[in-house]
Design a protein around this ligand. Structure first.
Ligand code: PSV
Ligand code: MN
Length: 426
């Protein structure tokens, strides 16, 4: 199924007058500040987030998986799904592939298909947390950190192969997330595991093309429950520094213990020029992989405040790789991703509204009350007309969920693909 601009323009007609009223009102309210509304709209339109190839079907939990009908059964169909989301939102102009779940059969054909949908290839993800069919060594007791040199070599070789695959598609970054760790005290020697990991990462890093970046993802627990080798941002940063200039930390919002101040982590990493990528999701308890902004939208806004500050003040930090990393169990994955994109845009737009100069002045003057007022005035602004305007100017839908339903996308996908298809991924 394809959605064309005319279909969306027709659907937009119903909401256009209402949108114009809201947009004009917001533009008028913002005209008293330094904020130029057209610059804001342009920044929102520019902001593109990669969709993970593994999140277009049902995620499932370790207790079960309830399939969604019409799931994409191939990489081609996954790209088509992202194309649908991108047509509606104009924000999903990239895909992040997980290997070997999504190895292309025909590189040129996949590249052509992605280009047709204006989709770029973002970071590629390696997978040494599962054993694959016909794999010689097992990752049961770790991969890049394993005590066995043969296992480490196999995991290193896999990462190198992922880079080769990504390179053929135009990706420029490799994301490494390791499940490595231990479930019981005494099971691992922490120092040996970290040393092996560092050496393995260096070997992967040194083999990467000169214009590639390495993103090192951290996570405190799961699937191991006593220790994880790359458990936090400090460990990730240490490993990135050990690899070299083009190695960075990747922050996945779900990979923190409850109440961790993620915005501070983001800020410090950007100061050090070491924040490489981002995995968006939301959570109540652990790595819940819920829709972005569904549980803690204010925390997301505070994170974006630091990101915006960093993007404006830290030229030492590279452009970031923005990705969603969520799992869909009860909502239609495409609707869920559309909601996530909207939440990301909303947090970004609100952060852009913060009067940074006034905030700096209030901080200098120790005027704590004004600091809070400045943040919360921005947070309480309904920025949705800006996001809608950005979509409208680029041929997207004023209301993507409404359009998705009006066009009966899921029904069409089921008609095309059937009820029983299962997408690769977690
Ligand atoms: C691990 O929990 C993780 O966040 C990593 O990014 C994986 O690649 C992804 O989830 C798999 O869903
Ligand atoms: Mn992740």
């Amino acid at each position: 199924m394809n959605i064309n601009k005319q279909q969306l323009a027709d659907l937009n007609k119903t909401n256009l007058k209402n949108h114009q009223t809201h947009f004009d009102f917001l533009a008028q309210s913002l005209s008293h500040s330094d904020t130029d509304v057209n610059t804001l709209v342009a920044k929102l339109a520019e902001f593109q987030v990669a969709i993970p190839s593994w999140a277009l079907g049902a995620g499932g939990t370790r207790f079960g998986r309830f399939s969604f009908s019409g799931e994409p059964a191939s990489l081609e169909q996954k790209i088509e799904d992202i194309g649908l989301i991108h047509s509606l939102t104009q924000t999903a102009g990239a895909v992040s592939l997980h290997i070997p779940w999504d190895v292309p059969n025909d590189y040129n054909a996949i590249k052509e298909l992605a280009a047709l949908h204006s989709i770029k290839f973002d970071a590629v993800n390696s997978n040494t947390f599962q054993d694959q069919k016909n794999q010689k060594e097992s990752y049961k007791y770790g991969s890049l950190s394993n005590t066995s040199a043969a296992v480490r070599e196999q995991a290193i070789a896999h990462n190198k192969e992922v880079v080769e695959i990504g390179n053929q598609l135009g990706s420029k970054a490799l994301t490494v997330w390791l499940a490595d760790g231990s479930s019981f005290p005494g099971q691992n020697n922490f120092q040996t595991a970290l040393t092996h990991t560092q050496n393995s990462l260096i070997s992967i890093y040194e083999d990467m093309p000169a214009d590639w970046k390495l993103y090192i993802e951290y996570k405190p627990y799961e699937p191991n429950f006593y220790s994880t080798v790359i458990q936090d941002w400090g460990t990730s940063l240490m490993l990135a520094n050990g690899c070299g200039e083009r190695a960075y930390t990747l922050v996945d919002l779900g990979h923190h213990l409850p109440n961790t101040n993620i915005e501070q982590i983001v800020s410090i990493l950007m100061l050090k020029g070491k924040l490489g990528g981002f995995h968006f999701n939301d959570s109540k308890y652990g790595d819940d992989d819920l829709t972005v902004g569904s549980i803690k939208p204010y925390a997301l806004f505070l994170i974006f405040n630091e990101l915006v500050y960093g993007m404006q003040n830290n030229p030492q930090n590279p452009e970031l790789g923005w990705m969603i990393d969520a799992s869909h169990n009860v909502k239609d994955p495409l609707e869920d991703l559309i909601q996530s994109l909207e939440a990301i845009q909303e947090a970004y737009a609100k952060a852009l509204l913060i009067d940074q100069n006034a905030l700096r002045a209030a901080q200098e003057a120790h005027d704590v009350t004004t600091c809070q007022e400045l943040l919360q005035n921005a947070y309480r602004t309904d920025v949705r007309p800006l996001i809608r305007e950005a979509r409208l100017r680029h041929g997207g839908a004023l209301n993507p969920i409404e359009a998705y339903r009006a066009l009966e996308v899921r029904k069409n996908l089921i008609n095309e693909r059937g009820n029983k298809t299962v997408a690769t991924g977690l």
